[in-house]
Design a protein around this ligand. Structure first.
Ligand code: TRP
Ligand code: ZN
Length: 469
Protein backbone atom coordinates (compact mmCIF):
# COMPACT_ATOMS: atom_id res chain seq x y z
CA UNK A 1 0.00 0.00 0.00
CA UNK A 2 1.42 3.38 -0.97
CA UNK A 3 1.77 5.73 1.94
CA UNK A 4 2.91 9.30 1.93
CA UNK A 5 5.51 10.12 4.53
CA UNK A 6 4.21 12.42 7.20
CA UNK A 7 5.85 13.66 10.31
CA UNK A 8 3.48 12.78 13.09
CA UNK A 9 4.78 13.44 16.58
CA UNK A 10 4.37 10.32 18.68
CA UNK A 11 3.11 12.37 21.60
CA UNK A 12 1.45 15.75 21.63
CA UNK A 13 3.23 18.45 23.58
CA UNK A 14 0.68 18.13 26.35
CA UNK A 15 1.11 14.39 26.58
CA UNK A 16 4.86 14.78 26.65
CA UNK A 17 4.67 17.30 29.47
CA UNK A 18 2.36 14.97 31.36
CA UNK A 19 4.67 12.03 30.80
CA UNK A 20 7.64 13.95 32.15
CA UNK A 21 5.86 14.99 35.32
CA UNK A 22 4.30 11.60 36.00
CA UNK A 23 6.81 10.48 38.60
CA UNK A 24 5.10 11.62 41.78
CA UNK A 25 3.84 8.30 43.05
CA UNK A 26 5.53 4.94 43.15
CA UNK A 27 3.95 3.95 39.85
CA UNK A 28 5.58 5.30 36.76
CA UNK A 29 2.65 5.49 34.43
CA UNK A 30 2.65 6.93 30.97
CA UNK A 31 -0.17 8.46 28.93
CA UNK A 32 -2.68 6.05 27.47
CA UNK A 33 -2.56 7.42 23.94
CA UNK A 34 -4.99 9.28 21.75
CA UNK A 35 -6.22 6.46 19.53
CA UNK A 36 -6.28 2.70 19.08
CA UNK A 37 -4.62 2.82 15.66
CA UNK A 38 -7.78 2.30 13.70
CA UNK A 39 -6.68 2.21 10.04
CA UNK A 40 -9.48 4.58 8.98
CA UNK A 41 -10.18 6.72 12.05
CA UNK A 42 -6.82 6.93 13.85
CA UNK A 43 -8.00 9.31 16.56
CA UNK A 44 -11.11 7.29 17.43
CA UNK A 45 -10.90 5.53 20.75
CA UNK A 46 -8.06 5.76 23.21
CA UNK A 47 -5.38 3.48 24.56
CA UNK A 48 -4.62 2.35 28.10
CA UNK A 49 -8.03 1.48 29.48
CA UNK A 50 -11.20 -0.45 28.85
CA UNK A 51 -14.61 1.00 29.76
CA UNK A 52 -17.04 -1.37 31.48
CA UNK A 53 -19.91 1.01 32.13
CA UNK A 54 -21.18 4.43 31.13
CA UNK A 55 -23.58 6.29 33.41
CA UNK A 56 -24.88 9.32 31.53
CA UNK A 57 -27.10 11.91 33.16
CA UNK A 58 -28.36 14.29 30.53
CA UNK A 59 -30.77 17.19 30.40
CA UNK A 60 -31.82 18.69 27.10
CA UNK A 61 -33.56 21.93 26.31
CA UNK A 62 -34.77 21.67 22.69
CA UNK A 63 -35.63 25.38 22.44
CA UNK A 64 -32.09 26.46 23.26
CA UNK A 65 -30.63 23.24 21.76
CA UNK A 66 -28.68 23.06 24.99
CA UNK A 67 -27.37 19.86 26.57
CA UNK A 68 -26.12 19.50 30.12
CA UNK A 69 -24.39 16.24 30.94
CA UNK A 70 -22.57 14.29 33.58
CA UNK A 71 -20.80 11.19 32.30
CA UNK A 72 -19.38 8.69 34.75
CA UNK A 73 -17.25 6.00 33.19
CA UNK A 74 -16.10 2.96 35.09
CA UNK A 75 -12.98 1.64 33.42
CA UNK A 76 -10.08 -0.73 33.97
CA UNK A 77 -6.54 0.41 33.24
CA UNK A 78 -4.70 -1.87 30.82
CA UNK A 79 -1.34 -0.29 31.72
CA UNK A 80 0.07 2.06 34.34
CA UNK A 81 -1.42 5.43 33.46
CA UNK A 82 -0.25 8.94 34.24
CA UNK A 83 -2.91 10.30 31.91
CA UNK A 84 -5.55 9.03 29.55
CA UNK A 85 -7.73 10.41 26.80
CA UNK A 86 -11.45 10.50 26.17
CA UNK A 87 -13.02 11.47 22.85
CA UNK A 88 -15.35 14.45 23.01
CA UNK A 89 -16.27 16.79 20.18
CA UNK A 90 -17.45 20.33 20.87
CA UNK A 91 -19.20 21.15 24.18
CA UNK A 92 -17.61 22.73 27.21
CA UNK A 93 -16.05 20.74 29.99
CA UNK A 94 -16.72 22.12 33.45
CA UNK A 95 -15.05 19.59 35.70
CA UNK A 96 -13.31 16.23 35.58
CA UNK A 97 -12.80 13.96 38.58
CA UNK A 98 -11.06 10.61 38.85
CA UNK A 99 -12.05 8.52 41.85
CA UNK A 100 -13.92 11.57 43.15
CA UNK A 101 -10.76 13.70 43.13
CA UNK A 102 -10.49 16.70 40.85
CA UNK A 103 -8.25 15.98 37.88
CA UNK A 104 -6.44 18.25 35.49
CA UNK A 105 -7.57 18.10 31.92
CA UNK A 106 -6.80 19.57 28.57
CA UNK A 107 -8.48 19.60 25.20
CA UNK A 108 -7.12 19.41 21.66
CA UNK A 109 -9.58 18.67 18.87
CA UNK A 110 -11.60 15.59 19.81
CA UNK A 111 -9.11 14.54 22.48
CA UNK A 112 -9.89 15.29 26.12
CA UNK A 113 -6.74 14.40 28.03
CA UNK A 114 -7.26 13.69 31.72
CA UNK A 115 -4.42 13.80 34.19
CA UNK A 116 -5.49 12.27 37.52
CA UNK A 117 -3.78 13.49 40.68
CA UNK A 118 -2.34 10.02 41.24
CA UNK A 119 -1.24 7.57 38.62
CA UNK A 120 -3.57 4.68 37.93
CA UNK A 121 -2.09 1.22 38.16
CA UNK A 122 -2.52 -1.41 35.52
CA UNK A 123 -5.66 -3.52 36.17
CA UNK A 124 -7.02 -0.94 38.59
CA UNK A 125 -10.68 -0.12 38.12
CA UNK A 126 -11.26 3.61 38.19
CA UNK A 127 -14.14 5.97 37.82
CA UNK A 128 -13.92 9.17 35.83
CA UNK A 129 -16.66 11.78 35.89
CA UNK A 130 -16.93 14.58 33.34
CA UNK A 131 -19.36 17.45 33.73
CA UNK A 132 -20.06 19.18 30.44
CA UNK A 133 -22.58 21.32 28.62
CA UNK A 134 -23.24 23.22 25.44
CA UNK A 135 -24.91 22.98 22.06
CA UNK A 136 -23.90 19.64 20.52
CA UNK A 137 -22.85 19.47 16.88
CA UNK A 138 -23.71 17.40 13.89
CA UNK A 139 -20.78 15.75 12.12
CA UNK A 140 -20.29 15.37 8.39
CA UNK A 141 -18.54 12.07 7.68
CA UNK A 142 -15.79 11.52 5.13
CA UNK A 143 -18.49 10.05 2.86
CA UNK A 144 -20.62 13.18 3.22
CA UNK A 145 -23.37 11.73 5.40
CA UNK A 146 -24.60 13.45 8.54
CA UNK A 147 -24.38 11.96 12.02
CA UNK A 148 -23.88 13.05 15.62
CA UNK A 149 -26.46 15.23 17.35
CA UNK A 150 -29.08 15.89 14.68
CA UNK A 151 -32.01 18.24 14.98
CA UNK A 152 -35.48 17.07 14.14
CA UNK A 153 -38.59 19.22 13.86
CA UNK A 154 -39.50 18.54 17.48
CA UNK A 155 -36.27 17.58 19.18
CA UNK A 156 -33.12 15.69 18.40
CA UNK A 157 -31.82 12.35 17.16
CA UNK A 158 -28.33 11.09 18.05
CA UNK A 159 -26.68 8.76 15.51
CA UNK A 160 -23.12 7.58 15.94
CA UNK A 161 -21.73 5.54 13.06
CA UNK A 162 -18.82 5.82 12.80
CA UNK A 163 -17.79 8.66 15.14
CA UNK A 164 -20.86 10.76 15.99
CA UNK A 165 -21.41 9.66 19.58
CA UNK A 166 -18.53 11.84 20.80
CA UNK A 167 -20.78 14.84 20.08
CA UNK A 168 -23.00 14.03 23.06
CA UNK A 169 -20.89 12.14 25.58
CA UNK A 170 -17.19 11.69 26.33
CA UNK A 171 -15.92 8.14 25.98
CA UNK A 172 -13.74 5.59 24.32
CA UNK A 173 -15.38 6.01 20.97
CA UNK A 174 -14.14 3.00 19.06
CA UNK A 175 -16.05 -0.23 18.35
CA UNK A 176 -13.36 -2.33 20.04
CA UNK A 177 -14.34 -1.05 23.51
CA UNK A 178 -17.88 -2.17 24.32
CA UNK A 179 -19.63 -1.40 27.60
CA UNK A 180 -22.92 -1.43 29.50
CA UNK A 181 -24.90 1.81 29.70
CA UNK A 182 -27.30 3.61 31.99
CA UNK A 183 -28.86 6.82 30.70
CA UNK A 184 -30.94 9.21 32.74
CA UNK A 185 -32.45 11.84 30.47
CA UNK A 186 -34.44 14.90 31.51
CA UNK A 187 -36.59 16.59 28.85
CA UNK A 188 -39.40 19.16 28.94
CA UNK A 189 -42.80 17.74 29.83
CA UNK A 190 -44.63 16.58 26.72
CA UNK A 191 -41.55 15.17 25.01
CA UNK A 192 -40.18 11.63 25.23
CA UNK A 193 -36.58 10.48 25.46
CA UNK A 194 -36.01 7.09 23.80
CA UNK A 195 -32.77 5.15 23.84
CA UNK A 196 -31.34 1.63 23.68
CA UNK A 197 -32.21 -1.24 25.97
CA UNK A 198 -34.94 -1.22 28.57
CA UNK A 199 -36.91 1.66 30.01
CA UNK A 200 -36.52 1.38 33.79
CA UNK A 201 -38.72 4.30 34.65
CA UNK A 202 -40.29 7.40 33.20
CA UNK A 203 -41.65 10.07 35.53
CA UNK A 204 -43.10 13.48 34.98
CA UNK A 205 -42.94 16.04 37.75
CA UNK A 206 -43.62 19.71 37.25
CA UNK A 207 -42.53 20.70 33.77
CA UNK A 208 -39.97 17.90 33.31
CA UNK A 209 -39.98 14.23 32.37
CA UNK A 210 -37.13 11.98 33.42
CA UNK A 211 -36.54 8.67 31.61
CA UNK A 212 -34.05 6.01 32.70
CA UNK A 213 -32.75 3.58 30.08
CA UNK A 214 -30.56 0.57 30.77
CA UNK A 215 -28.43 -1.50 28.40
CA UNK A 216 -27.06 -4.65 30.01
CA UNK A 217 -25.27 -6.30 27.13
CA UNK A 218 -22.02 -4.76 25.89
CA UNK A 219 -22.61 -2.01 23.34
CA UNK A 220 -20.19 -0.21 21.03
CA UNK A 221 -20.65 3.53 21.38
CA UNK A 222 -21.51 3.96 17.68
CA UNK A 223 -24.65 1.92 18.38
CA UNK A 224 -25.90 4.19 21.15
CA UNK A 225 -28.83 6.41 20.27
CA UNK A 226 -31.06 8.97 21.89
CA UNK A 227 -34.22 10.30 20.28
CA UNK A 228 -35.97 13.22 21.93
CA UNK A 229 -39.28 14.46 20.60
CA UNK A 230 -42.95 13.73 20.28
CA UNK A 231 -43.46 10.01 19.58
CA UNK A 232 -46.21 7.46 19.33
CA UNK A 233 -45.01 4.76 21.70
CA UNK A 234 -46.01 1.15 21.49
CA UNK A 235 -45.00 -1.56 23.94
CA UNK A 236 -45.59 -5.24 23.38
CA UNK A 237 -43.89 -8.63 23.63
CA UNK A 238 -42.91 -11.28 21.14
CA UNK A 239 -44.34 -14.78 21.55
CA UNK A 240 -41.19 -15.62 23.53
CA UNK A 241 -41.78 -12.72 25.92
CA UNK A 242 -39.09 -10.40 24.55
CA UNK A 243 -40.13 -6.77 25.17
CA UNK A 244 -40.64 -4.72 22.00
CA UNK A 245 -40.65 -0.93 22.34
CA UNK A 246 -41.25 1.24 19.29
CA UNK A 247 -41.20 5.03 19.11
CA UNK A 248 -42.52 6.57 15.92
CA UNK A 249 -42.72 10.13 14.69
CA UNK A 250 -46.52 10.70 14.60
CA UNK A 251 -46.29 11.72 10.93
CA UNK A 252 -44.99 8.21 10.16
CA UNK A 253 -47.17 6.14 12.49
CA UNK A 254 -49.70 4.94 9.99
CA UNK A 255 -47.19 4.11 7.29
CA UNK A 256 -44.95 2.31 9.83
CA UNK A 257 -47.57 0.24 11.62
CA UNK A 258 -47.83 -2.75 9.26
CA UNK A 259 -44.09 -3.29 8.93
CA UNK A 260 -43.22 -2.70 12.61
CA UNK A 261 -45.93 -5.23 13.50
CA UNK A 262 -43.70 -7.81 11.80
CA UNK A 263 -40.75 -7.35 14.19
CA UNK A 264 -41.66 -10.53 16.13
CA UNK A 265 -41.99 -12.53 12.92
CA UNK A 266 -38.65 -11.30 11.56
CA UNK A 267 -36.94 -12.02 14.89
CA UNK A 268 -38.38 -15.54 14.99
CA UNK A 269 -37.10 -16.21 11.48
CA UNK A 270 -33.69 -14.66 12.31
CA UNK A 271 -33.36 -16.79 15.44
CA UNK A 272 -33.94 -19.89 13.36
CA UNK A 273 -31.22 -18.83 10.94
CA UNK A 274 -28.72 -17.02 13.20
CA UNK A 275 -29.32 -18.45 16.68
CA UNK A 276 -30.75 -16.89 19.86
CA UNK A 277 -31.46 -13.15 19.80
CA UNK A 278 -28.51 -11.56 21.63
CA UNK A 279 -30.27 -8.80 23.62
CA UNK A 280 -32.91 -8.26 26.31
CA UNK A 281 -35.32 -6.17 24.27
CA UNK A 282 -36.12 -5.06 20.76
CA UNK A 283 -38.05 -2.40 18.90
CA UNK A 284 -37.48 0.48 16.53
CA UNK A 285 -37.30 4.25 16.33
CA UNK A 286 -38.77 6.05 13.32
CA UNK A 287 -37.67 9.65 13.29
CA UNK A 288 -36.75 12.18 10.69
CA UNK A 289 -33.60 14.28 11.04
CA UNK A 290 -32.74 16.80 8.35
CA UNK A 291 -30.34 15.39 5.74
CA UNK A 292 -30.40 11.85 7.10
CA UNK A 293 -31.60 9.31 4.57
CA UNK A 294 -30.15 6.17 6.12
CA UNK A 295 -31.22 3.68 8.75
CA UNK A 296 -28.90 2.60 11.54
CA UNK A 297 -28.75 -0.62 13.53
CA UNK A 298 -28.64 1.12 16.92
CA UNK A 299 -28.54 -1.64 19.52
CA UNK A 300 -31.87 -3.27 20.33
CA UNK A 301 -33.74 -0.38 18.70
CA UNK A 302 -32.73 0.43 15.11
CA UNK A 303 -33.44 3.90 13.77
CA UNK A 304 -35.30 4.41 10.49
CA UNK A 305 -35.56 7.77 8.70
CA UNK A 306 -39.19 7.06 7.80
CA UNK A 307 -41.50 4.05 7.61
CA UNK A 308 -39.14 1.21 6.61
CA UNK A 309 -39.92 -1.43 4.05
CA UNK A 310 -39.66 -5.05 5.11
CA UNK A 311 -36.23 -5.55 3.53
CA UNK A 312 -34.76 -2.67 5.51
CA UNK A 313 -36.32 -4.00 8.70
CA UNK A 314 -34.76 -7.41 8.02
CA UNK A 315 -31.40 -5.73 7.37
CA UNK A 316 -31.34 -3.72 10.61
CA UNK A 317 -32.63 -6.58 12.74
CA UNK A 318 -30.00 -8.93 11.25
CA UNK A 319 -27.37 -6.39 12.36
CA UNK A 320 -28.35 -7.13 15.96
CA UNK A 321 -26.48 -10.43 15.52
CA UNK A 322 -23.91 -9.21 12.98
CA UNK A 323 -22.54 -5.83 13.99
CA UNK A 324 -24.13 -5.25 17.37
CA UNK A 325 -23.46 -8.54 19.15
CA UNK A 326 -20.49 -9.55 16.98
CA UNK A 327 -18.87 -6.15 16.52
CA UNK A 328 -16.02 -5.31 14.15
CA UNK A 329 -12.61 -4.95 15.74
CA UNK A 330 -11.96 -1.89 13.57
CA UNK A 331 -13.63 0.14 10.84
CA UNK A 332 -11.79 -1.94 8.28
CA UNK A 333 -14.02 -4.91 9.15
CA UNK A 334 -17.27 -3.24 8.10
CA UNK A 335 -18.09 -5.99 5.60
CA UNK A 336 -18.63 -8.30 8.61
CA UNK A 337 -21.57 -6.00 9.39
CA UNK A 338 -22.89 -5.00 6.00
CA UNK A 339 -22.07 -8.15 4.06
CA UNK A 340 -23.93 -10.24 6.66
CA UNK A 341 -26.91 -7.88 6.90
CA UNK A 342 -27.17 -7.84 3.10
CA UNK A 343 -26.93 -11.62 3.01
CA UNK A 344 -29.75 -11.72 5.57
CA UNK A 345 -31.93 -9.84 3.06
CA UNK A 346 -31.12 -12.48 0.42
CA UNK A 347 -31.91 -15.27 2.84
CA UNK A 348 -35.19 -13.71 3.86
CA UNK A 349 -36.17 -13.65 0.17
CA UNK A 350 -35.04 -17.24 -0.30
CA UNK A 351 -37.05 -18.39 2.71
CA UNK A 352 -40.19 -16.50 1.67
CA UNK A 353 -40.78 -17.57 -1.90
CA UNK A 354 -38.43 -15.07 -3.54
CA UNK A 355 -35.24 -15.70 -5.49
CA UNK A 356 -32.64 -17.95 -3.90
CA UNK A 357 -29.48 -16.33 -2.53
CA UNK A 358 -27.64 -17.96 -5.45
CA UNK A 359 -29.99 -16.26 -7.91
CA UNK A 360 -29.46 -12.92 -6.18
CA UNK A 361 -25.71 -13.53 -6.32
CA UNK A 362 -25.96 -14.32 -10.05
CA UNK A 363 -27.86 -11.08 -10.67
CA UNK A 364 -25.11 -9.09 -8.97
CA UNK A 365 -22.40 -10.95 -10.82
CA UNK A 366 -23.98 -10.46 -14.24
CA UNK A 367 -25.07 -6.92 -13.48
CA UNK A 368 -28.72 -7.73 -14.23
CA UNK A 369 -29.70 -6.79 -10.68
CA UNK A 370 -28.79 -3.15 -11.28
CA UNK A 371 -30.61 -0.35 -13.02
CA UNK A 372 -27.51 1.17 -14.51
CA UNK A 373 -24.14 -0.08 -15.65
CA UNK A 374 -22.41 2.25 -13.19
CA UNK A 375 -24.27 0.71 -10.28
CA UNK A 376 -23.32 -2.74 -11.54
CA UNK A 377 -19.67 -1.73 -11.72
CA UNK A 378 -19.60 -0.05 -8.32
CA UNK A 379 -19.50 -3.30 -6.33
CA UNK A 380 -16.18 -4.25 -7.99
CA UNK A 381 -14.49 -0.98 -7.10
CA UNK A 382 -12.45 -2.47 -4.26
CA UNK A 383 -12.23 -5.67 -2.20
CA UNK A 384 -14.75 -5.75 0.67
CA UNK A 385 -12.13 -6.46 3.34
CA UNK A 386 -9.99 -3.50 2.28
CA UNK A 387 -11.84 -0.24 1.68
CA UNK A 388 -9.36 2.24 0.18
CA UNK A 389 -10.18 5.06 2.62
CA UNK A 390 -12.51 6.27 5.38
CA UNK A 391 -14.98 7.69 2.85
CA UNK A 392 -15.65 4.20 1.54
CA UNK A 393 -16.10 2.04 4.64
CA UNK A 394 -19.79 1.83 3.74
CA UNK A 395 -19.55 1.84 -0.06
CA UNK A 396 -21.31 -0.78 -2.26
CA UNK A 397 -18.51 -3.43 -2.28
CA UNK A 398 -18.79 -3.70 1.52
CA UNK A 399 -22.48 -4.58 1.16
CA UNK A 400 -23.06 -6.50 -2.08
CA UNK A 401 -19.67 -8.04 -2.60
CA UNK A 402 -19.44 -8.72 1.14
CA UNK A 403 -22.64 -10.75 0.86
CA UNK A 404 -21.23 -12.51 -2.20
CA UNK A 405 -18.30 -13.72 -0.07
CA UNK A 406 -20.81 -15.51 2.15
CA UNK A 407 -22.47 -17.11 -0.86
CA UNK A 408 -19.03 -18.28 -2.02
CA UNK A 409 -18.52 -19.90 1.39
CA UNK A 410 -21.94 -21.52 1.08
CA UNK A 411 -21.03 -22.89 -2.36
CA UNK A 412 -17.84 -24.33 -0.92
CA UNK A 413 -19.25 -25.99 2.22
CA UNK A 414 -22.85 -26.81 1.30
CA UNK A 415 -26.02 -25.66 3.02
CA UNK A 416 -25.89 -27.65 6.26
CA UNK A 417 -22.41 -26.61 7.17
CA UNK A 418 -23.11 -23.04 6.06
CA UNK A 419 -26.06 -22.73 8.44
CA UNK A 420 -23.79 -24.00 11.21
CA UNK A 421 -21.20 -21.39 10.29
CA UNK A 422 -23.73 -18.51 10.31
CA UNK A 423 -25.01 -19.51 13.75
CA UNK A 424 -21.63 -20.56 15.08
CA UNK A 425 -20.00 -17.26 14.13
CA UNK A 426 -22.71 -15.34 16.01
CA UNK A 427 -22.27 -17.66 18.98
CA UNK A 428 -18.45 -17.78 19.05
CA UNK A 429 -18.09 -13.98 19.14
CA UNK A 430 -21.37 -13.16 20.89
CA UNK A 431 -21.16 -9.78 22.68
CA UNK A 432 -17.57 -9.44 21.51
CA UNK A 433 -15.41 -8.20 18.66
CA UNK A 434 -14.02 -9.92 15.61
CA UNK A 435 -12.00 -9.04 12.54
CA UNK A 436 -11.72 -10.52 9.07
CA UNK A 437 -8.86 -12.85 10.04
CA UNK A 438 -11.06 -14.23 12.85
CA UNK A 439 -13.74 -14.90 10.26
CA UNK A 440 -11.55 -16.73 7.76
CA UNK A 441 -9.96 -18.75 10.59
CA UNK A 442 -13.40 -19.64 11.96
CA UNK A 443 -14.70 -20.80 8.57
CA UNK A 444 -11.58 -22.89 7.94
CA UNK A 445 -11.89 -24.50 11.35
CA UNK A 446 -15.53 -25.39 10.68
CA UNK A 447 -14.76 -26.99 7.33
CA UNK A 448 -11.50 -28.89 7.63
CA UNK A 449 -10.26 -30.11 4.30
CA UNK A 450 -11.96 -27.40 2.26
CA UNK A 451 -9.58 -25.02 0.56
CA UNK A 452 -10.76 -21.41 0.89
CA UNK A 453 -7.58 -19.78 -0.34
CA UNK A 454 -9.01 -18.78 -3.70
CA UNK A 455 -12.20 -17.38 -2.16
CA UNK A 456 -10.30 -15.23 0.32
CA UNK A 457 -7.77 -14.08 -2.27
CA UNK A 458 -10.20 -13.24 -5.04
CA UNK A 459 -13.43 -12.36 -3.28
CA UNK A 460 -12.34 -10.88 0.03
CA UNK A 461 -8.96 -9.30 -0.69
CA UNK A 462 -8.64 -9.23 -4.47
CA UNK A 463 -8.90 -6.16 -6.68
CA UNK A 464 -11.40 -6.21 -9.53
CA UNK A 465 -14.16 -8.63 -10.47
CA UNK A 466 -13.28 -12.28 -9.85
CA UNK A 467 -13.27 -14.33 -13.00
CA UNK A 468 -15.67 -17.05 -11.96
CA UNK A 469 -18.98 -16.52 -10.15
N1 TRP B 1 -24.96 0.78 9.09
C1 TRP B 1 -25.98 1.47 8.33
C2 TRP B 1 -26.86 0.40 7.71
O1 TRP B 1 -26.44 -0.34 6.88
C3 TRP B 1 -25.43 2.35 7.25
C4 TRP B 1 -24.47 3.38 7.71
C5 TRP B 1 -24.77 4.63 8.12
C6 TRP B 1 -23.04 3.25 7.83
N2 TRP B 1 -23.64 5.29 8.49
C7 TRP B 1 -22.58 4.48 8.33
C8 TRP B 1 -22.13 2.23 7.60
C9 TRP B 1 -21.22 4.69 8.58
C10 TRP B 1 -20.79 2.43 7.85
C11 TRP B 1 -20.33 3.65 8.35
O2 TRP B 1 -27.98 0.23 8.04
ZN1 ZN C 1 -26.29 -2.22 7.38
Amino acid sequence: MARSVRLVPALTAVQLALALTACGSGVHGTPGGSGVLDPYFPKAGNGGYDVGHYALRLAYDPDAHHLTGTATLTARATKDLSAFNLDLRGLEVGEVTVGGVTARWNRAGQELTVRPRDDIERDETFRVTVRYSGVPEAVTDPDGSEEGWLRTTDGVLALGEPTGSMTWFPGNHHPSDKAAYDLTVTVPRGLRAVSNGELLSERTAGDRTVARWHTTEPMASYLATLAIGDFDISRSRTGDGLPVYTAVDPAETEASRPVLARIPEVLRWAERRFGPYPFSSSGAIVDRAADVGYALETQTRPVFPGAPDLTLLVHELAHQWYGDSVTPESWRDMWLNEGFATYAEWLWEEDHGGPSAQETFDGLYSGDAFDTEEAGEAIWEFPPAQPPDAARVSAPPVYGRGAMVLQKVRQAVGDERFWRILRGWADEYRHGNADTADFTAYVEEQAPGTDFEEIWEEWLYGEGKPERP
